[in-house]
Each structure stands twice: as structure tokens, then as C-alpha cells.
Design a protein around this ligand. Structure first.
Ligand SMILES: Cc1cc2nc3c(=O)[nH]c(=O)nc-3n(C[C@H](O)[C@H](O)[C@H](O)COP(=O)(O)OP(=O)(O)OC[C@H]3O[C@@H](n4cnc5c(N)ncnc54)[C@H](O)[C@@H]3O)c2cc1C
Length: 279
């Protein structure tokens, strides 16, 4: 049970949500956007969420949209991970989110809630980092699209009162060859030791990683080495590993050394799969 009372709102439009957030603040409340609610409820039970007004975004039509045009795929941030898996609009995304939590939790967890989560794995962001997607964000100054690499540095950098509405991805990435590998310490559900998602675009391998550092990231510097055709697969990986960000996690799930060992093997599997021609 959450030990403090909070007011609960379900605005029906983007503008209503933005206005509501501002007016609650002006009235001395601490508002918070609410999506699947799984993290808010979990942290609330631990007394780690103190906001007293929840603004549930799921009644907003644009937030739950799934739309594919000739040029772009639009995914509403309010879709649950199960809805994404079942409609399968972006195979790499479906594969990545299907490994998050268990089916019951994925029926509640939303794309937006995972990308904006406080817990640092945020695995659903990996396919969008790889596909240079655009994020549609609503704020006090209107609705704008931002390139993901402009606003997502370790976490989504939002101004106070802003929220993520949709993610827009160029169709050229949707059916590109891909691999997503999640290595856990044990069991088939739960947080990753390492998750690596990879996409091959214009014959170049792109890599994004969660679970290695206390944030998910696109491994731009590593990609340069992984795509160096002068090197063997082993040499590519050894060079790439010299360009890791820091710090490397060292926790109950695994030491930094063990994580690096698992990462090396995972990269090996990915490069071999691409060499053999994955779909
Ligand atoms: C059993 C279990 C196992 C899990 N395993 C994993 C795992 O392996 N990997 C992984 O990545 N995740 C995992 N998760 C999910 C993760 O821990 C979060 O609980 C989940 O991603 C939050 O999603 P939500 O939709 O419930 O968000 P909420 O709880 O609604 O919100 C989470 C945070 O994001 C903010 N927020 C939500 N939506 C928006 C928005 N549109 N714009 C701005 N801010 C917003 C909220 O204010 C809040 O701070 C697991 C969860 C469970 C329950």
C-alpha cells in the first residue's frame, strides 16, 4: 500500500495535461505524470515517491497512437509493452521489450514509463537510440520533435512539466537486420546483467547497451572499431572495449570484471550473427 494520499487526474488532451500540471504547481501541489504506474507504486510503497497529484496520461489519444506511414512509424508512449509486442510494428523493439519483466508486468508497463523510468536500465530506449528516432515532447512552450541524441543523455532530459508523447522512427530502420541479447544473472525475468541491442544499417553495425553502466547508451565510439574491416572479429571487440564509458556497474548482479567478460562474449555473438546474415 502507498502510505500517503494523492489526487488522481486523467486529462483528455495534451493541453489539458500541461495546464493541469502548471496549475497544480501554482497551488502548492507536487504533480507527477503517471503512465503504467508500476514504478510510481513500487517507489511509493517504499516512501520514495512524494508527489501528491498524479496526472495519468493514458486518456490522451495521441499518447496511445500507433501509426505507420510510408516514411515513418509513430508509437505512442502510452502503449503497454505487451501491446507493442503483439502489434509488432518494429521487430527490434518487440524483441527488446519482450524481455522486460514478466507478461503481467508488461501489460501495465508503458513505453514512455520505461524510457522515463528512474531505474536506470530503461531498455526500451535502445532501439530508438539505434534508429536515431525523434521524440515528440509536450511542454509549456508547445509540442516539439527532438532528435533523440539531443535530449536523451543517460536519461531523458525534460523541462519541468514536460512529458514524452510519441516516438517517431524512419521506416528505413524498421526492418533492418537486428539482434537483441539480454544476459541475466539468473532466471528468465528481471533486470539485465547486460542487454545489447544491435542494428545493421548501410552495412554498418550500430550498438546500444543497458546494464553495463548506470544508464543506457549508444556506443558511438565502439561502433567505429566494430566496423573496422581491417581487423578480425576478436580485434574489433578488443579495440571497441577500450572505448567504453564509465563507470562500469559493480553490484549484486555482477562485478565490473564479470560484466566486461559477458559483454565481450555478447559482442562476439552479435558480430558472428551479422556475419552469418541475421534477418
Ligand atoms: C518485476 C519487474 C521487472 C522489471 N524488469 C525490468 C527490466 O529488466 N528492464 C527494464 O528496463 N525495466 C524493467 N522493469 C520496468 C521498470 O522498472 C519500470 O517499472 C517501468 O519501466 C516503469 O514504467 P511505467 O509505465 O509503469 O511507468 P510509471 O511508473 O508510470 O512512471 C515511471 C516514471 O516515469 C515518469 N513518466 C512516465 N511516463 C512519462 C512520460 N510520458 N513523460 C515523462 N515522464 C514520464 C513518471 O513520472 C515516473 O517518474 C521491471 C518492472 C517490474 C515490475
Amino acid at each position: 500500500m502507498v502510505s500517503h494520499d494523492f489526487d488522481y487526474y486523467r486529462p483528455k488532451s495534451i493541453q489539458e495535461a500541461i495546464t493541469l500540471y502548471q496549475s497544480l504547481k501554482l497551488n502548492g501541489k507536487k504533480p507527477k505524470y503517471y503512465s503504467g504506474g508500476t514504478e510510481i507504486i513500487t517507489l511509493g510503497r517504499l516512501n520514495m515517491v512524494y508527489e501528491d497529484a498524479m496526472i495519468d496520461l493514458k486518456e490522451i489519444p495521441e499518447y496511445r497512437l500507433l501509426y505507420s506511414s510510408e516514411s515513418r512509424l509513430i508509437i505512442g508512449a502510452g502503449l503497454s509493452l505487451v501491446q507493442i509486442e503483439e502489434s509488432d510494428p518494429f521487430p527490434l523493439l518487440s524483441k527488446t521489450v519482450s524481455e522486460i519483466a514478466d507478461h503481467t508486468a508488461r501489460m501495465k508497463i508503458t513505453l514512455g514509463g520505461n524510457i522515463c523510468a528512474q531505474i536506470y536500465y530503461r531498455e526500451a530506449v535502445l532501439p530508438f537510440l539505434l534508429s536515431d528516432s525523434l521524440l515528440m515532447i509536450a511542454g509549456i512552450d508547445g509540442i516539439k520533435f527532438f532528435p533523440i541524441h539531443e535530449v536523451f543523455h543517460q536519461c531523458l532530459r525534460l523541462n519541468d512539466g514536460a512529458f514524452l508523447i510519441q516516438v517517431s522512427t524512419d521506416q528505413k530502420f524498421i526492418d533492418a537486420p537486428h539482434v537483441s541479447i539480454k544476459r541475466r544473472r539468473q532466471w528468465n525475468t528481471g533486470y539485465p546483467l547486460i542487454t545489447v541491442a544491435a542494428l545493421k544499417v548501410d552495412n554498418q553495425v550500430r550498438v546500444a547497451i543497458s546494464g553495463l553502466c548506470p544508464y543506457p547508451f549508444r556506443a558511438f565510439e565502439m561502433e567505429e572499431w566494430l566496423n573496422n574491416d581491417q581487423l578480425s572479429i576478436e580485434e574489433k571487440i578488443n579495440e571497441a572495449l577500450k572505448h567504453l564509458p564509465s563507470p562500469i556497474l559493480n553490484d549484486m548482479l555482477g562485478s565490473s570484471e564479470y560484466r566486461l567478460f559477458v559483454l565481450k562474449n555478447t559482442l562476439m555473438d552479435i558480430l558472428v550473427e551479422f556475419q552469418e546474415g541475421v534477418s
